[in-house]
Design a binder for this molecule. Structure first.
Ligand code: 5AD
Ligand code: SF4
Length: 453
C-alpha cells in the first residue's frame, strides 16, 4: 500500500542540453519516474527533483553544467531539492562532479536511466550520492518503459546509440560508448505505439543513425521501408548521419519512399582533405560531393543541412577556403557551425598546432555569414509556393498553429486546433522571424507529400 508521502505528487524539473538524443532521453527519464509519483514542472524553483541532462560535446556546453549547479545549490539548501546530473558530462566527468559539487545527489550516465528510480530512492534515504556510469546500453532499452503518449504529431525514436568512428575531435565514442543498434522488431513496436498515440511523423535518432543495422545485416534503408508501411504514419526522418554510412540502399530509399522527407542532416565538418584526414572522417571532400550528387539524383528536391568545425588544429587559411568552396558549391538549407573546442582525452586536443582564438572567430563569422545567406535564399524561394505542412502545435499567436514543411522549415498559419496532426497544403506567403507564414489552401483533404522542387 502507498503511504501518504509517496502518494503526494512530486515535482520533477528536467533541464535538457545538447542534441535530440538528450531530448528523447529526458522524456524517457520522466516516464520512468512517473510511477514514483513524479510529474514534470516548468521551473526548478519548488521542484522536488531537478535533473540536468547534460552535453559534453564542446567546452562551453559542459561548463554550463557547473554554473547551473551553482545556481541550484541554494534551492537544495533551502527546500531540500534533490539534484541529479545525467547525460554525457555525467558519463565523462562523474567523479569530478561529485568533487566540485558534492551537494549533487545522483550522477548517472546515458546508459543508466532505467536505474533512475532506484538511484533516486537511494539518495532520498540519505545513503549518500549515487553514481552510475556503467555502459550496457542494451539493458537500458530492455528496461525503459514504453514511451508515454503525448509526444504529439512529431515524435522521436532512438534506434541506435554510440559511435565507433572516433573522429579525433569528438567525445561521443567515450561518453556514449560503442555503436549499438536496437532490433527492427523493437523499433517497429515503438513506432506503432507512437502512431497509435497520435504521431504522424517519426524522426529516427542515433549518434550515427545510418550505421544502424538489423540482425540480418540489413541497413537503415530497409528499416525505413519497413516503418513506412505503418498506416497513419505520414513522414519519416533520420538524424544524425555520417557520409561513410550513406549506402546505396539508403540513397535508393530517398528515391522510392515518399514518406521519407527530402531533408537530410549530413555533417561534413570541413572541405579540406588534409583536415578531413586529420579528423579521421574516413572520406574526402569529393566523396562527400559524390554522395550529395547521388542523393539529389535520387530525390531532386532534397535539401541539405550539415555541421562544420572551423579552426581544427593545423587548419590553414587555404584549408578554410576549401570549406567555403564546398559550401558555395553544395548549397545548404541550414547548418550548424562551431569553433573547434579541444576536448580532454581526444587525440586532436593533443595536436600542437592549435589555431588561435581570433583566427577561429574570423573564420566562424565568414562561414556563418555564407551559411545564413544560403538559408535565407532557401527560405525566400518557398514564398508563393504551396507545400504540405504537418501541423503540430499552437503557434505564437492565438488562432495560429505551428507546423513544418518537408524541408523542416517552421510555418505559422491561422488554423483551428483540430488541424493539429494533419498534413495540409499550405501556401507560403511571407518570411517571419525564424519561420514562414502560410495560409491553408485546402483543409478538406490530406495533402500528398509533393515531389516537385
Ligand atoms: N569542437 C567543436 N565542434 C565539435 N563537434 C563535435 N565535437 C566538437 C569539438 N570538439 C561538432 C561537430 C559535430 C557536432 C554535433 O558538434 O560538428 O557534428
Ligand atoms: Fe563524434 Fe565522429 Fe562519431 Fe559523429 S561520427 S559521433 S563526430 S566520433
Amino acid at each position: 500500500m502507498l503511504d501518504s508521502t509517496s502518494r503526494r505528487v512530486k515535482k520533477l524539473h528536467i533541464k535538457t542540453y545538447g542534441c535530440q538524443m538528450n531530448v528523447y532521453d529526458s522524456a524517457r527519464m520522466a516516464d520512468v519516474l512517473a510511477p514514483l509519483g513524479y510529474a514534470p514542472v516548468e521551473k526548478a524553483e519548488g521542484a522536488d527533483l531537478v535533473i540536468l541532462n547534460t552535453c559534453h560535446i564542446r567546452e562551453k556546453a559542459s561548463e554550463k553544467v557547473f554554473s547551473e549547479l551553482g545556481r541550484l545549490k541554494p534551492l537544495k539548501e533551502r527546500d531540500g531539492t534533490m539534484l541529479a546530473v545525467a547525460g554525457c558530462v555525467a558519463q565523462a566527468e562523474g567523479q569530478e562532479i561529485l568533487a566540485r559539487a558534492p551537494y549533487v545527489d545522483v550522477v548517472l550516465g546515458p546508459q543508466a536511466y532505467h536505474r533512475l528510480p532506484e538511484l533516486v530512492a537511494r539518495a532520498a534515504r540519505g545513503a549518500g550520492a549515487a553514481l552510475d556510469t556503467d555502459f550496457p546500453v542494451d539493458v537500458k532499452f530492455d528496461h525503459l518503459p514504453a514511451p508515454a503518449a503525448g509526444q504529439g504529431p512529431s515524435a522521436f525514436l532512438t534506434i541506435q546509440e554510440g559511435c565507433d568512428k572516433f573522429c579525433t575531435f569528438c567525445v561521443v565514442p567515450y561518453t556514449r560508448g560503442a555503436e549499438f543498434s536496437r532490433t527492427a522488431d523493437a523499433i517497429e513496436h515503438e513506432a506503432r505505439q507512437l502512431v497509435d498515440a497520435g504521431a504522424r511523423e517519426i524522426t529516427l535518432l542515433g549518434q550515427n543513425v545510418n550505421a544502424w543495422h538489423g540482425a540480418q545485416g540489413e541497413g537503415l534503408g530497409a528499416l525505413v521501408r519497413r516503418l513506412a508501411r505503418i498506416e497513419g504514419l505520414a513522414r519519416l526522418r533520420y538524424t544524425t548521419s555520417h557520409p561513410r554510412d550513406m549506402d546505396d540502399d539508403l540513397i535508393a530509399a530517398h528515391a522510392d519512399e515518399a514518406k521519407l522527407m527530402p531533408f537530410l542532416h549530413l555533417p561534413v565538418q570541413s572541405g579540406a582533405d588534409t583536415i578531413l584526414d586529420a579528423m579521421n572522417r574516413g572520406h574526402t571532400a569529393d566523396r562527400f560531393r559524390a554522395i550529395v550528387a547521388r542523393l539529389r539524383a535520387a530525390r531532386p528536391d532534397l535539401a541539405l543541412s550539415s555541421d562544420f568545425i572551423v579552426g581544427f588544429p593545423g587548419e590553414s587559411d587555404a584549408d578554410f577556403e576549401r570549406t567555403m568552396d564546398l559550401v558555395r558549391e553544395t548549397g545548404f538549407a541550414q547548418a550548424f557551425s562551431f569553433k573547434y573546442s579541444p576536448r580532454p582525452g581526444t587525440p586532436a586536443a593533443m595536436i600542437e598546432r592549435q589555431v588561435p582564438e581570433d583566427v577561429k572567430d574570423r573564420r566562424l563569422a565568414a562561414l556563418q555569414a555564407l551559411l545564413k545567406e544560403q538559408q535565407d535564399a532557401f527560405n525566400a524561394a518557398t514564398i508563393g509556393r504551396t507545400v504540405p505542412v504537418l501541423f503540430e502545435k499552437p503557434g505564437r499567436h492565438p488562432g495560429q498553429l505551428a507546423g513544418k514543411t518537408p524541408w523542416l522549415q517552421a510555418v505559422h498559419a491561422l488554423a483551428p486546433a483540430e488541424f493539429a496532426g494533419r498534413v495540409l497544403d499550405t501556401k507560403i506567403v511571407a518570411l517571419a522571424a525564424n519561420s514562414l507564414s502560410g495560409v491553408v489552401v485546402d483543409s478538406s483533404v490530406e495533402a500528398g507529400e509533393r515531389r516537385s522542387a
